[in-house]
Design a protein around this ligand. Structure first.
Ligand code: DLL
Length: 433
């Protein structure tokens, strides 16, 4: 139980991984064809039968599944076992359109928790650790996933959930939390609050496992410096189980995808063509060990690169880069593609904190992009009279990064609302017109 670093799986030879994937894919496709009418109809419509799928080399023959399929089949249309076999439902926040609900058998919960346990081990976690879980609990997968993983590692688990920053910090100090799990934006907020209270010396944190939203390398450095920890990335999505689909190891150069459970492809988002490793495109997952809610060729909308370079940690599973934003997060402003992560990079490189808000409006048929940027307290006391010059400097830096004019407004410390879960960075008012 306490050994969730599984070298025989995580460091398996490429041939072994391929053999697992071939066998499990064939079984999964047969299973969904027989048990999920929605899949059968989709495969029939594409003229592909389970017999056509003999190994992963045939994966490209299968149709893609998208979020709109999940919405069409809502709520039970993609469940592949009798409901009496399912023991849990989790769901996405559903900010746009209908919620996505995912189903789990006990076996599915076990494998999900195993994946999270691997992530905790890769961040240096052992049964000696106190794992402080500040992801939300409930329908969101963050809390339950890392909680289950921490139990499997045998660590002492603190199911804090999100919010109540005062109590978070008090427990962290009193109980000696060593590994913090939360969104990177909340970690930045906690770091800020700990520094302000002069409690940096009272905390025992050594590592953080941060994910569920895009964050930049600059933000990683900032959190690492402020909290004196190593900050590891973790990736996942409700549809494919939750956190732990991929996680970072000591090398901190991308996240190993648990290839014994998930097959990853990167495709051209416009043509659907499968791209070779090393090329940037949309990440597509096929789950090959799940019972209740197996998804085949699910388009995540996350843009990233896969690499198979040898990793110093010894793990052989393919690595995904940090998602460079979602294809549906990408803003098109005056015809130019803008990712919030590019704006964040400029700000952090210039020494601003990661507290900012992007506002897009349309005036006289022309898009306007404004970034409100919070100043630190020192900047605020220091820069009276120089604000306009600092804004101009940021406007220049944004122009160099994005190629367009961005209005920059420096705002007072603490004037931008902090997030306790996933940060809402963009307010696009164009839809309201
Ligand atoms: O965010 C699961 C999760 C919980 C992952 C805790 C990591 C930690 P959803 O709410 O379904 O699930 O959102 C999934 O969040 O498609 C990505 O766009 C984004 N995302 C998740 N992890 C990362 C990450 C959870 N490390 C969506 N970096 C995904 C960037 C991420 N984006």
């Amino acid at each position: 139980m306490e050994h969730y670093y599984q070298p025989e799986i995580e460091c398996a030879s490429p041939e072994q991984i391929q053999a697992w994937q071939d066998e499990r894919l064939v079984e999964t496709v047969k299973h969904v064809y027989e048990h999920v009418p929605y899949y059968r109809d989709k495969m029939d419509a594409s003229g592909v039968t389970p017999e056509d799928i003999k190994s992963t080399r045939d994966l490209h023959k299968l149709p893609f599944l998208t979020k709109s399929d999940l919405r069409d089949a809502y709520p039970y249309g993609l469940v592949a076992v009798p409901l009496s076999e399912c023991v849990r439902i989790q769901s996405t926040s559903g900010t746009t359109g209908r919620r996505v609900v995912a189903f789990y058998t006990q076996h599915d919960l076990d494998l999900w928790e195993d994946c999270c346990a691997r992530a905790i081990m890769a961040a240096g976690g052992t049964k000696e650790d106190v794992v402080h879980v500040s992801y939300g609990y409930g329908l969101f997968t963050g809390g339950p996933g890392l909680n289950g993983g921490s139990h499997k590692v045998g660590s002492l688990t603190l199911p804090m959930s999100s919010g109540n920053t005062e109590r978070q910090i008090q427990f962290m100090c009193d109980l000696g939390s060593t590994i913090l799990c939360c969104t990177p934006s909340y970690a930045a907020y906690l770091a800020e609050s700990i520094t302000e209270r002069g409690l940096r010396d009272k905390i025992k944190l050594k590592a953080g496992i941060f994910g569920a939203e895009a964050w930049t390398e600059e933000m990683r450095q900032d959190i690492q410096n402020k909290l004196g920890i190593k900050a590891y990335d973790i990736y996942g999505l409700t549809e494919i189980s939750g956190p732990g689909v991929a996680f970072e190891c000591s090398e901190q150069t991308g996240m190993h995808i648990n290839e014994d459970h998930f097959i990853a492809e990167v495709i051209d988002p416009n043509t659907g063509e499968v791209l070779p490793d090393g090329e940037k495109g949309e990440l597509v997952f096929t789950s090959i060990t799940k019972q209740a809610f197996p998804l085949i060729r699910y388009r995540t909308r996350d843009i990233c690169v896969l690499t198979r370079k040898k990793c110093s940690c010894g793990r052989t599973h393919v690595k995904m880069s940090k998602p460079m934003g979602r294809s549906d997060d990408m803003l098109i402003v005056k015809g130019v593609n803008v990712f919030p992560s590019q704006i964040e990079t400029v700000l952090l490189n210039k020494g601003y904190p990661a507290n900012y808000q992007i506002i897009v409006t349309r005036e006289n048929n022309s898009d306007q992009l404004e970034v409100q940027v919070e100043m630190t307290q020192e900047m605020f006391s220091d820069t009276l009279g120089r604000v306009a010059a600092l804004e101009r400097e940021l406007i220049e830096a944004m122009k160099a990064m994005l190629g367009i004019y961005v209005k920059v407004t420096l705002v007072a410390p603490k004037s931008i609302t902090r997030s306790e879960g996933k940060a809402v960075r963009v307010i696009d008012k164009r839809n309201l017109y």
